[in-house]
Design a protein around this ligand. Sequence first.
Ligand SMILES: [Zn+2]
Length: 575
Amino acid sequence: MKIFHNFPYPYVNGAPHIGHTFSFFRADSYARFKRLGGYNVLFPQGFHATGEPIVGTVERLKQNDASQIETFKLFGASDEDIKDFVEKGPEFVAQYWMNKWMELLKKSGMSIDWRRTFITAITPHYNKFIEWQYNTLRKKGYVVQGTHPVVWCPHCQSPTGDHDRLKGEGESPIQFYVIKFKLEGGEVLPCATLRPETVFGVTNIWVKPSEEYVVIELERERWIVSKETVEKFKDQLRDVKELEKINSDVLIGKLAENPVTKEKVPVLPAPFVDLSFGTGIVMSVPAHAPYDYIALEDLKKTEAGKKLGVENIFPKKIIELEDYKGIPAEEACKAYHIENQTQVEKLEMATEEVYKKEFHKGRMIVDPFKNIPVREAKEKTVELLKSLEALDYIWEITGLVICRCGTRCHVKILENQWFLKFSDEEWKRKVKECISMMKFYPEEIRQQFVNTVDWLENKACARKTGLGTRLPWDKEWIVETLSDSTIYMSFYTIYHYLKQIPIEKVNDELFDFIFLGKGNLKEISKKYGIKERLLEKMREEFEYFYPVDLRTSGKDLGAESLNILFVPSCRNLGR
Ligand SMILES: [Zn+2]
């Protein structure tokens, strides 16, 4: 009886930490226990170097980044080593830390089969294995090229996958509505929102005071947006022409017309406005948005506010629900003890709460959608705005994302990007079938896996920078960090034999034979001058040990990473 189990290959941009030790001991204890029970246990260990992080650390070392140097020294690197890191580059760094890992794991007595150890992006035979996978997926129609919104780092000029982020794991592109308010001169003040129905409750427009804004030409209109928005629109394939720069202070006090109510509302200053989010122009709905409510309260306390007549602006309630007797945003601010607009964390929580409650339980109390539930009113407002030519769209991220290089990301519409077709329904069905046959410890997490399969959409599978395997048919793209870590466990079953074969002889035909049983043994052996017995051994060992029997991991790495692993596994290798 065999047992094949392993610990997910760790990323080698430093030495192991205490959490790794905990998980490794669990894996090792299990291996030893099963061996005592007479099982033939395969417990291999590889390492992961694909993607941006290691390249990023070398960049930071080149800039003499004190905290990066400090971190490496804490992990045990000497001044000499750090000099080598800069001179010899990312691959050297990866190998250096891999050696440290192996040294420590050996010292701690892990019963690992080291003959099968490899490092992604650097081990040539592994790169060939990834090429085979992508050729195979592409033949089956599961790698597709398309135009899609992706989270994008303007500095790296590359999509930013989850593992390439310092901040913002799990955040993804989302389309915001843009509602067009008009100044008397005809310029558009575009306000991004996810709640178009609240346009009926707008009392004013916010801009960030004393900042550079830009007048642009878009769709034959003159729009005023933050400087940051211009880049975003360009990346989202909008035809933007920059006309002139202005200071936001010239806008303050002007009146803008609400496209649905035709009311004239003033433009006011608010420091909370984020120039990089939306358009840098915000429609203020103080009755239903905690930020707007508190910013208005803040402004009422200032001299500038008094001059602008802000004391005469009151929240305009347009949605009713049982949870709030009075003004929802005011009550939420009180409940969270929010006193001013700098309390971002509390404001985010209050905002989410009001939004959810109103969306699910609220009813409109103003014409023309009086008594209609909010979720329906939302659709109807969108239709109304469209008919008034007062609606547009902009892509945003569901939350803040910072790339490993330290740059804030935005959404770019990418043309000719390569995607893994995770949205495929047939694929999803098979994965769910596999999940239903698996055991989970604890059982509660099963549902997380099923949910993740449901929401998985096409995923960008290649970047233009970082370490990794190049797409065999489009060499400017490099397979990104999760997308080369899907069926790698199968590689453990054969690598100790495969590495005996010179790299130039390793190709798709070989992998087709080993993993899929395709082709004729004698012919392949003769064609490439590889011993029949060696080919047979690889096929046998794969068939014997695969699939994996147990996988242990940290709970934070659960659903998404592991699903990304399942989905292609089910597809490429049958089950
Ligand atoms: Zn970056």
